[in-house]
Design a protein around this ligand. Structure first.
Ligand code: MN
Ligand code: MN
Length: 309
């Protein structure tokens, strides 16, 4: 292998190692009664302390929420003693991103739901090799989850990862048949993909919820947008090009600082300089959701799972 390719692989592996440790930390600190804001801050700080950067804010989606809930600044939400929580986190070194998720469940009756997403991910990984159709990976996920008596979430999917781009190129569906099964493409050797089955006891579809707490810079302010340019310049070093949380901008100044940050972000949002990712909830409001995710590098006859021990 040439030197440059070897260095890139080492960065992916190191980001993967850090993400594994971060998941272990999550399993120790996500406990009933604990505050979601403090947990997210601790996990992101851990990633930094280990020598990587968060590739996106820690997602802390609870119960009916499937994805994109991330604690807001000074969020008072706490872990409930019957909650099923999806911790989805990312780490990158020099733009080489890994994306991985686990489900932490405190409701014994939802254990089969938690377990089926974990099994679906393993079944999907078993199919991965150079040239396999993404729909065949999705079919393995769907088969596992449906045989377990649940539904895959069909409008959420895995994705290719490129340097500094979390969702790039190919989509890896969580199903292999039915009305959404139109996704084309095959996995290619040497490329990096995140595979992320979601399982639910609901209808298998998510809709956008009311709140948004993850954002991303979408465009540069124009020369004449002087004020917006100044606002973005103040924050850009901390938010970069990857998804961010307002928490990334917070310096411990309490509710007053929070209000100031949120006012600035609203200005940028209204003019389309930043975009938001709304919380995604299962369409059946009483349904629960589980999720597991790994990042893999595809090989000729299999893959290297970067985010698994
Ligand atoms: Mn993820
Ligand atoms: Mn992902």
């Amino acid at each position: 292998m040439e030197q440059k390719a070897r260095e890139i692989l080492e960065k992916y592996r190191e980001a993967g190692r850090i993400s594994i440790e971060a998941k272990k930390l999550a399993e120790r600190i996500v406990k009933p009664g604990k505050n979601a804001f403090e947990i997210a801050q601790e996990l992101e700080q851990f990633i930094v302390d280990q020598g990587a950067k968060p590739a996106f804010p820690v997602n802390f989606s609870i119960n009916n929420e499937a994805a994109h809930y991330s604690p807001e600044i000074l969020d008072t939400r706490t872990v409930g003693d019957q909650d099923i929580i999806k911790i989805d986190l990312g780490a990158h070194i020099d733009g080489y991103i890994v994306d991985t998720a686990i489900t932490i469940n405190f409701n014994i009756s939802l254990e089969p739901l938690r377990k089926i997403a974990e099994e679906a991910l393993e079944a999907a990984i078993d199919t991965v090799k150079e040239g396999i159709k993404v729909l065949d990976v999705g079919a393995a996920i769907e088969r596992t989850i449906v045989n377990g008596g649940f539904q895959p979430v069909r409008n959420l999917s895995g994705h290719q990862i490129k340097r500094y781009i979390l969702h790039a190129g190919l989509t890896i569906p969580n199903h292999g048949s039915g009305k959404f099964a139109l996704v084309k493409g095959r996995l290619e050797k040497g490329k990096v993909y995140a595979i992320e089955p979601f399982a639910t006891n609901g209808v298998g579809e998510v809709i956008s919820g009311k709140t948004t707490n993850i954002f991303r810079v979408k465009r540069k302010p124009k020369a004449k947008e002087t004020d917006l340019g100044k606002i973005l310049a103040k924050y850009f070093a901390k938010v970069g090009v990857l998804p961010f949380s307002p928490r990334f901008l917070y310096n411990g100044g309490g509710l007053e600082e929070k209000e100031k940050i949120m006012m600035d972000l609203r200005k940028l949002f209204r003019k389309g300089i930043i975009m938001g990712y709304p919380v995604l909830v299962e369409a059946d409001k009483n349904a629960m959701v589980s999720q597991y995710e790994h990042t893999v590098i595809v090989k000729e006859n299999g893959c290297e799972v970067l985010t698994r021990n």
